[in-house]
Design a protein around this ligand. Structure first.
Ligand SMILES: Nc1ncnc2c1ncn2[C@@H]1O[C@H](COP(=O)(O)OP(=O)(O)OP(=O)(O)O)[C@@H](O)[C@H]1O
Length: 265
């Protein structure tokens, strides 16, 4: 539930986050004093033209990259005060990741891929937990299969199960449907949305696709490293219109996908 009171209801809070790449005389300001919050149990999409800072924001919020200045608080822990070992543990235990390329290990079965984050942490899953998560993503009957025996959508479902298994404070998704066809993408997005609705999962997703963004509760728009707007309960058409105004589709090659399949979910 996202409220304006901040603090305990936030999974992640960014305050005046600045990221400057490069050396003096040749610098790029990728994030220009960004402040925002991701409330617990909410699904946020991050959108903006190419180079607007989406990936940089995701990496800073996930503790994968250190901002030049500013504060990132994940589950009430200030990341800038943590050393690399603590950050590694935090990423392993409290954060889930889903990428465009599913990043599954081909020699492991579905079940082994899903439990890998726990085994890397020297833990074994609670009884029944693996089956619960595999049922949640609709793959309980495929648990002995290897990734190559599954469709793209099923492989992304395995990656979602792997992200859910540790019950992370937040799942960061970077173009999770970028490699999927439209129908499969909708299934995967529906699954992400239902994990927010039913299990109170927090999700932050970078996407270029207005239809994908319409599955979120909120869309955060970036341009030139700054937050330039938000839409709540977005429709694909409203997102596409805002992106057009931001000049995201000036290039013919990056027209928005048809918004016709979007709308409310
Ligand atoms: N390691 C780096 N070194 C130098 N500049 C970088 C680095 N990473 C990103 N940048 C620059 O920072 C800016 C923001 O990049 P970022 O990847 O966050 O944008 P983005 O919105 O995710 O873009 P895209 O949609 O194209 O993936 C860009 O100008 C980019 O060139």
């Amino acid at each position: 539930m996202f409220t304006d009171s901040g603090g305990a209801t936030d999974a992640v809070q960014l305050t005046d986050v600045r990221k400057v790449y490069g050396k003096r005389g040749n610098t790029v300001v990728a994030l220009d004093d960004v402040s925002t919050r991701f409330g617990r149990g909410t699904f946020t999409a991050i959108m903006g033209p190419s180079g607007s800072g989406k990936s940089t924001l995701l990496q800073a919020a996930a503790g994968l990259d250190q901002p030049t200045s500013g504060s990132v608080v994940l589950e009430d822990r200030e990341l800038s005060t943590m050393d690399e070992t603590e950050l590694t543990e935090l990423r392993r235990d409290r954060v889930g990741f889903i990428f465009q390329a599913f990043n599954l290990l081909p020699v492991l079965t579905v079940e082994q891929n899903v439990t890998l984050p726990l085994r890397l942490a020297g833990r074994s899953p609670a009884k029944g937990r693996v089956l619960t998560v595999l049922e949640q993503v609709g793959l309980a009957d495929r648990r002995k299969h290897r990734p190559a025996e599954l469709s793209g959508g099923q492989q992304q479902r395995v990656a979602i199960a792997r992200a859910l298994i540790t019950e992370p404070a937040v799942i960061f998704a970077d173009e999770p449907t970028g490699a999927l066809d439209t129908r499969t993408a909708r299934d995967v997005l529906g699954l992400l949305r239902s994990s927010v609705r039913s299990a109170g999962q927090t999700i932050v997703m970078v996407t270029h696709d207005p239809v994908a963004a319409s599955y979120a509760d909120r869309v955060l728009f970036l341009a030139d490293g700054r937050v330039v707007g938000e839409l709540h309960s977005p429709t694909a058409d409203a997102v596409a219109e805002r992106m057009t105004r931001l000049g995201a589709y000036a290039d013919e090659a990056s027209q928005p996908p048809s918004a016709a399949v979007g709308g409310q979910h």
